[in-house]
Write a protein of this length. Structure first.
Length: 144
């Protein structure tokens, strides 16, 4: 758990909560504006590998969870953040840090309507080009 101590020290006052009740799984809740520096620290300073991200419409906000793996220990550290503005959900893209985030961010953009600021190419990935603009299949408020 040395990495968790390092993360807590580095982001003192910026970690909203820590869920550490599963062996090998740690969830850190952080503010959306802190996602880029937090991901940079996990990737560059701690050497964790970005695995994927998960996007969820939780009715009150858009929840995004970024999963990182410590391949030496098998631990997975996940950064969880909430985008409160559901009318215009926006967050910094992680693609400037690592290209591995490009496709999953495109998927979340397309299916949940999240704008990833700084993403090089937020165009269709899964849906057809004629899919109705502003209609997001995984949003609870989607009109069908």
């Amino acid at each position: 758990m040395g990495k968790l101590v390092t993360i807590k020290e580095k982001f003192k006052g910026k970690i909203i909560s820590v869920l550490d009740n599963n062996t090998g799984r740690i969830y850190l809740d952080i503010a959306a504006e802190d996602i880029l520096p937090a991901a940079r620290m996990l990737f560059d300073e701690l050497g964790l590998r970005f695995v994927t991200a998960t996007g969820i419409d939780s009715r009150k906000n858009i929840e995004i969870i970024y999963h990182f793996s410590d391949d030496l220990t098998g631990e997975v550290i996940s950064l969880r953040t909430f985008i409160k503005d559901k009318k215009n959900p926006s967050i910094d893209s992680l693609t400037p840090l690592f290209r591995a985030a490009e496709w999953i961010e495109r998927e979340m953009h397309e299916l949940l309507g999240v704008n990833f600021r700084g993403h090089p190419k937020l165009n269709h990935l899964l849906l057809s080009e004629d899919w109705p603009k502003g209609s997001f299949p995984l949003r609870h408020d989607n009109e069908r």
